[in-house]
Design a protein around this ligand. Structure first.
Ligand code: APR
Ligand code: PHB
Length: 389
C-alpha cells in the first residue's frame, strides 16, 4: 500500500491530523495497534480549549460536542476553606468545553470510518524505515500477516510508548523528564456534579471535582504513586473528598461509582519533533501532568501546525513549514509544560518543609488578591495552545 502520509496511532493526535489533512486534500492511512473498542473505551481528561473547539467546528465534527458537551465559563480554586473564582469570559473573552476525550475520539473515528477513509485497527507498527531517504516504509502486523505501507511522510502519533519517537536517531533526540512521587486516583460516579470545575489545595492533599454531564461527576484525589486503589472503599473516597474540598455540608453529591483509575504524574519533553520524513506529535513528544488539562489540547495544536506545513508542501512544494514544525511546536510545548507544572506545584501536597508549605499558601494568597495573576492563569487555561492555522 502507498499513501502520502502514514499516521501511526488513532488517539486524538492521529485522528485530528487525518481530518485536517483530508480538509487539504492530502491522503493518509491510520495504523492503530489496538481495537476500536479499546481506543474508544479509554477514559482520559475532558477539557477542550478554545482552539480545540474551533478545530472541531471547522472540521464539521462538533455536532455531538455541542449537543452533549458543557460550555464552562468558570473555574474555582480552593485553599484554606476559601475559593478563588475565575470568570473565564470576563477575563479572556472565551470559555472552555467539558466533553470527554473518549467522546472526541469516538466522533473522529466515526467520521473517518463513515467516509471510508483508511483507518486500520489492530495493526501494530513495529518498524519505520527510510526516514532519511526519499520514501518511508512502515512495517506493521495485521491479521497475523506482516505488511508494509510506503509513504512520503510518517507521523508518529503513537503516544509515549510508541515506535515513532523510538525511531528517532539516538544522537539526534534529546529528552527531559520529571516524574512526581504521587498520582491521581480518579473515579466516575453517577452523581450531580459541582456547578464549577473546582481544584482544591488541602493539607491532606489535592482534590479535583470535574464532570462529564449534569448527572456524571469526574472526581480525583492525590494519592502516593504506589497507592493500591483497590484498598479504598467508595465511602473512604467520598469522605476524603468532602474533607479536601472543605465541604462541611453536603455540597458534594455522592452517587454510584462506576469507574476507577490511577494516573501517574510526569512531565516529559522530547526534542526535536521532526527528523527527516518522520514527525512526532502529542504524547509521543510530550507528557504533561493533568493539573493543567493540557494533554489533549497540546496534541491537537501540534497536528494543526503539522497539517498546515504538509498542506504548504503538497500545494507548492515549499518545505518552510516542515522545516520549522519542530521549533514552532517545541517552543509552545515548553510553555504548556511550564503552566502544567506550575499548577501542579500550586495545588498538590509535596514532602514540604513548613517553610515550603507556607510559601505555597502565600502563592495562593497572592493569587486570591491579584486580578492580574488570576487572568494570567485564566488565559492559559482557555487558550495556551492557540496556533495559527
Ligand atoms: N502501532 C500502532 N499504534 C500504536 C503503536 C504502534 N506501535 N503504539 C501506540 N499506538 C497507538 C495507541 O494504541 C494509541 O491509541 O497510538 C495511540 C496514541 O494515542 P494517545 O496515547 O491518546 O496519544 P495522543 O493521540 O498523542 O493523545 C494525547 O491522550 O493520553 C492522553 O493526556 C493525553 O490527552 C492527551 C492525549
Ligand atoms: C477531567 O475532567 O477529567 C479533568 C479536568 C481538569 C483537569 C484534569 C482532568 O485538570
Amino acid at each position: 500500500m502507498h499513501t502520502q502520509v502514514a499516521i501511526i496511532g488513532a488517539g486524538p493526535a492521529g485522528l485530528f491530523l487525518s481530518h485536517l489533512l483530508k480538509e487539504k486534500g492530502i491522503e493518509s492511512v491510520i495504523l492503530e495497534g489496538r481495537s476500536r473498542d479499546y481506543v474508544e473505551g479509554r477514559v482520559r481528561a475532558g477539557v477542550l480549549e478554545a482552539g480545540t473547539i474551533d478545530t472541531m467546528e471547522r472540521l464539521g465534527l462538533a455536532e455531538r460536542m455541542h449537543r452533549e458537551g458543557m460550555v464552562d465559563n468558570g473555574l474555582d480554586i480552593r485553599f484554606n476553606g476559601r475559593t478563588i473564582h475565575f470568570d473565564l469570559p470576563a477575563m479572556t473573552g472565551r470559555s472552555v468545553m467539558i466533553y470527554g476525550q473518549q467522546e472526541v475520539v469516538k466522533d473522529l473515528i466515526a467520521a473517518r470510518v463513515n467516509a471510508n477513509d483508511p483507518l486500520i485497527f489492530e495493526a501494530p507498527v513495529n518498524r519505520i524505515e527510510g526516514i532519511e531517504g526519499d520514501k518511508v516504509t512502515v512495517h506493521y502486523e495485521h491479521a497475523g500477516t506482516a505488511k508494509t505501507l510506503t509513504c512520503d511522510y510518517v507521523a508518529g502519533c503513537d503516544g509515549f510508548h510508541g515506535v515513532g519517537r523510538a525511531s528517532m536517531p539516538k544522537d539526534v533526540l534529546k529528552t527531559f523528564q520529571h516524574v512526581y512521587d504521587f498520582a491521581w486516583f480518579g473515579i466516575l460516579a453517577r452523581a450531580r456534579p459541582l456547578h464549577e470545575m473546582t481544584y482544591s489545595n488541602h493539607d491532606r492533599g489535592f482534590a479535583l471535582c470535574s464532570r462529564r454531564s449534569l448527572s456524571v461527576s469526574r472526581l480525583y484525589l492525590q494519592v502516593p504513586a504506589d497507592e493500591k486503589i483497590e484498598n479504598w472503599s467508595d465511602d473512604r473516597f467520598w469522605s476524603e473528598l468532602h474533607t479536601r474540598m472543605y465541604d462541611t455540608g453536603n455540597e458534594i453529591v455522592e452517587g454510584e461509582v462506576f469507574q476507577r483509575d490511577l494516573a501517574q504524574l510526569r512531565a516529559f519533553v522530547a526534542e526535536p519533533m521532526r527528523h527527516g520524513r518522520l514527525f512526532i506529535a502529542g504524547d509521543a513528544a510530550h507528557i504533561v501532568p493533568p493539573t493543567g488539562a493540557k494533554g489533549l489540547n497540546a496534541a491537537v495544536a501540534d497536528v494543526r501546525v503539522l497539517a498546515k506545513a504538509l498542506g504548504e508542501f503538497y500545494r507548492n512544494g515549499s518545505t518552510a513549514g516542515i522545516d520549522t514544525y519542530s521549533r514552532e511546536c517545541v517552543e509552545r510545548v515548553w510553555r504548556v509544560v511550564r503552566y502544567s507544572t506550575h499548577m501542579s506545584a500550586l495545588l498538590h501536597r509535596f514532602d514540604h518543609t513548613p517553610m515550603d508549605r507556607n510559601l505555597q499558601l502565600a502563592d495562593l494568597e497572592t493569587l486570591s488578591r491579584s486580578r492580574a495573576a488570576q487572568t494570567a492563569i485564566a488565559e492559559q487555561y482557555v487558550a495556551l495552545n492557540s496556533v495559527k492555522d
